[in-house]
Design a protein around this ligand. Structure first.
Ligand SMILES: NC(=O)c1ccc[n+]([C@@H]2O[C@H](COP(=O)([O-])OP(=O)(O)OC[C@H]3O[C@@H](n4cnc5c(N)ncnc54)[C@H](OP(=O)(O)O)[C@@H]3O)[C@@H](O)[C@H]2O)c1
Length: 231
């Protein structure tokens, strides 16, 4: 029986999620990688397999609860367990409220808030059964810092912050830990950007991945981590 731990990473086709996948593969983790873009997901999986990692690609749209349920079932059928859930996937719609559509706001809440709630709900029972597990949530400094043009993004990140801090309270007597990371700007594809040469005011995705690894290595400590170059 393969005893290597298993991490489930949402939004693993690029950016921060892909960087976490590559680092955890090097650390000996088996991986379930979720995103919509199958080609990008398979490219990340091919890189993780260079570290001989068993890597499962889960093509799913986090706006569809049925996709999420199917992805979790496939993951548990394949690996039998998940030790670490990394709620990383996220989108950002920015601008004055008059310029944003209701559909954008709903998508924002669905991907960032509802999907991370549902993934946690579906993966927690098998963690409780084994009395072991860790949820790491990639939030944002925007989870505590309102700004002009951030009405939808901040609504989603403030909501995630309240949700996962409540979950910390709910699980405080359990062996399952919840840790939240609040990055400042990161050099990724987020908000239709393309990663550029390193910039003085932005973190690199690999630095966020190292922060994730440090939390795993310390079994969920700290429960709240703020990392930034922008302030
Ligand atoms: N970049 C920053 O400055 C920054 C700062 C603070 C916090 N964050 C947070 O960091 C997290 C990761 O962002 P990133 O910077 O790595 O952005 P990114 O490069 O745009 O990556 C986003 C990931 O989420 C996935 N995703 C988006 N919509 C999805 C959907 N409907 N279903 C399934 N997967 C979906 C994307 O995959 P597909 O397109 O293939 O589906 C992609 O893998 C987000 O939660 C973001 O809010 C980012």
């Amino acid at each position: 029986m393969n005893r290597a731990p298993v991490a489930f990473i949402s939004g693993a086709s690029r950016g921060i999620g892909a960087a976490i996948a590559l680092l955890l593969a090097q650390k000996g983790y088996r991986l379930a990688l979720l995103a919509r873009n199958e080609a990008d997901l398979r490219s990340v999986a091919a890189q993780t397999r260079l570290a001989a990692t068993d890597c499962l690609c889960l093509v799913a749209d986090l706006q569809r609860p049925a996709d999420i349920e199917t992805a979790v079932s496939r993951c548990l059928a394949h690996f039998g367990r998940v030790d670490v859930l990394i709620n990383n996937a996220g989108i950002g719609h920015f601008g004055p409220i008059e310029k944003l559509s209701l559909e954008q706001f709903q998508a924002q809440l669905q991907v960032n808030v509802v999907a991370s709630w549902l993934l946690s709900k579906l993966l927690l029972p098998q963690m409780h059964q084994r009395d072991h597990g860790l949820l790491i949530n990639i939030l944002s400094d925007a989870a505590r810092r309102p700004f002009a043009g951030g009405s939808t993004y901040c609504a989603s990140k403030f909501a995630q912050d309240g949700m996962f801090r409540s979950l910390q309270e709910e699980l405080k007597n359990s062996s399952v830990k919840v840790s939240n990371i609040y990055p400042g700007l990161v050099n990724t594809y987020f908000n239709n950007k393309t990663p550029s040469a390193p910039q003085p005011n932005k973190l690199e995705a690999a630095e966020v991945a190292v922060a994730v690894w440090d939390i795993i290595a310390r079994n969920g400590e700290p429960s709240e981590l703020h990392i930034s170059r922008s302030h």
